[in-house]
Design a protein around this ligand. Structure first.
Ligand SMILES: Nc1ncnc2c1ncn2[C@@H]1O[C@H](COP(=O)(O)OP(=O)(O)O)[C@@H](O)[C@H]1O
Ligand SMILES: [Mg+2]
Length: 371
C-alpha cells in the first residue's frame, strides 16, 4: 500500500452562469513513503486543483483519497496531516515572517524554545533568516515565496505539497535551494509532491514525475523512463529538449516486418521480431502511423536521409542542426560542429531501431532502443 492513494479523482468546477470546468479527470496515483513526486504540465492542466484536493481546500467531485491507509477526502484540512505551500503564498499580513512560520507549529504544542529553534533552522535553509522580524508587505515576492515554503516544511506532516515553490526565485538561488530541500526531504524521509512547469526542476528534485495535460495523467514514471519509454505522443513531444522529431509515415507490410516511409528518401524497414503482437496488429491494420526520433539519435554527415539545412547552431557544447526533408523539419543534436550552411544538402543517419512508433490513438506501440 502506498503512502498516498488517489482513486479515480475528478474535479468539476461549477459556477452559476458559466460553463462547468472539468479540471481533473479520473486521476489514479499512488505515492510511496519518502518519495518526491513532481506534477509537471502546462498552465491550466489541473496541477493546483490536484494539490488543493489532497490538502482539503477543494472538495473532490468524485473519487477517494487515502493517506497512510486512512480515508481523508471528507476531513477538514487541519485534520489531514498535510502541509501545503500555496502558489499565492497566503501569508498573514499582520504577522512577522517569524510569526507566520511559527503559526504553522501552533497545533504541535512545542515549547517556545523548540519553536524558535525550528523556525530559525528552516529560515536559514531557505535563506530568510535575516528577515524574520519583517512583515510580509515589505519583503520581495521571492522572499514571500520562501516564507510560504518554510511555513510548510517546518511542520511535522505525513505529506508535503508544494505548489510552484521556487517559481519566483533567480536561477542560481533556485538551484541552491533545490539541492538543500532535496537533502532535507531525504534526511527526514518526508513524502512530497511539488508542482512545476519546469522539466529541469522536475528532473532535479523528483524521484518520479507525473506528466499531466488537460486534467488527465499522461504518465507517471521516472525521468529516464519518460524519456526512453514515453507512453504516448503527448509525453514523447513534451519531455526532452529539443522535442522529439515527429513524422507521419506510410505503413506497408514487407515480409515478416513492415516498411515505414515518408517519401522516397525516408524509408525504414522494421523487423517483425522486435514488435509485440499488439504492435504487429496495429501496423498490419493502419495505413499510416506517427513516428518519433529523438534529435540526439540522428547522425549527421552520412546516411540515407537527405536534408536541406535550415539552420546550424553551435550552442557551446552541442550543435542543433535543423533541416527540411519530405516536408518535415528535422532537428539533429550532435556533440561537434559541422560546416554546413543554410541551403546545403547534408545526409542524416536514422537507424530503424531508434524509431518510436505511435498508433492511431497516440499510444506508443514500439519504443526506440536505448543505445
Ligand atoms: N475556483 C475555480 N473555479 C473555476 N475554475 C477553476 C477554479 N480553479 C481552477 N479552475 C480552472 O481549472 C483548470 C485547472 O486549473 P489549475 O488546477 O489551477 O491548473 P494549473 O495549476 O495546472 O495551472 C483551469 O482551466 C482553471 O481555469
Ligand atoms: Mg497552478
Amino acid at each position: 500500500m502506498g503512502m498516498l492513494e488517489l482513486r479515480s479523482i475528478d474535479k468539476v468546477y461549477r459556477s452559476r452562469g458559466r460553463p462547468a470546468v472539468h479540471a481533473v479527470r479520473s486521476l489514479d496515483m499512488a505515492v510511496e513513503k519518502g518519495e518526491i513526486v513532481a506534477l509537471l504540465g502546462s498552465s491550466g492542466c489541473g496541477k493546483t486543483s490536484t494539490l488543493r484536493m489532497i490538502a482539503g481546500f477543494e472538495s473532490v467531485t468524485a473519487g477517494s483519497i487515502a493517506l497512510r491507509g486512512r480515508r481523508i477526502d471528507e476531513l477538514p484540512p487541519a485534520r489531514r496531516k498535510v502541509a501545503m505551500a500555496f502558489e499565492g503564498y497566503s501569508l498573514y499580513p499582520p504577522l512577522t515572517v517569524r510569526e507566520n512560520i511559527a503559526f504553522a507549529l501552533k497545533s504541535q504544542q512545542l515549547s517556545r524554545s523548540e519553536v524558535s529553534r525550528r523556525v530559525e533552522a528552516i529560515a536559514r535553509l531557505v535563506e530568510i533568516d535575516d528577515i524574520l522580524e519583517s512583515y510580509p508587505r515589505v519583503i520581495s515576492g521571492g522572499q514571500q515565496q520562501r516564507v510560504s515554503l518554510a511555513r510548510a516544511l517546518v511542520r511535522d506532516a505525513d505529506l508535503y505539497l508544494l505548489d510552484e515553490p521556487m517559481g519566483q526565485l533567480e536561477p542560481q538561488l533556485r538551484a541552491v535551494l533545490r539541492g538543500r530541500i532535496k537533502s532535507l526531504l531525504a534526511e527526514r524521509e518526508m513524502t512530497a509532491i511539488f508542482v512545476t512547469h519546469d522539466q529541469t526542476e522536475a528532473s532535479a528534485l523528483a524521484d518520479r514525475i507525473v506528466v499531466m495535460e488537460d486534467g488527465v495523467l499522461q504518465q507517471f514514471a521516472s525521468e529516464k523512463e519518460l524519456k526512453e519509454r514515453p507512453a504516448n505522443l503527448f509525453v514523447a513531444s513534451f519531455i526532452g529538449e529539443p522535442p522529439m522529431n515527429l513524422l507521419e509515415m506510410e505503413v506497408k507490410q514487407a515480409g515478416s516486418g513492415f516498411r515505414l516511409s515518408a517519401g522516397p528518401d525516408v524509408a525504414f524497414d522494421i523487423s517483425g521480431d522486435g514488435l509485440d503482437q499488439a504492435a504487429r496488429g496495429v501496423l498490419a491494420a493502419v495505413p499510416r502511423v506517427q513516428v518519433g526520433i529523438r534529435p540526439q539519435r540522428i547522425g549527421v554527415g552520412e546516411g540515407a536521409v537527405r536534408v536541406r539545412i535550415g539552420s546550424n547552431q553551435w550552442l557551446g557544447d552541442q550543435s542543433h542542426i535543423a533541416g527540411e526533408c519530405a516536408g518535415y523539419l528535422l532537428i539533429a543534436v550532435i556533440p561537434n560542429r559541422i560546416a554546413a550552411r543554410p541551403g546545403d544538402v547534408v545526409q542524416f543517419a536514422i537507424a530503424p531501431r531508434h524509431l518510436n512508433i505511435f498508433g492511431p490513438d497516440g499510444v506508443c506501440i514500439r519504443h526506440a532502443e536505448v543505445s
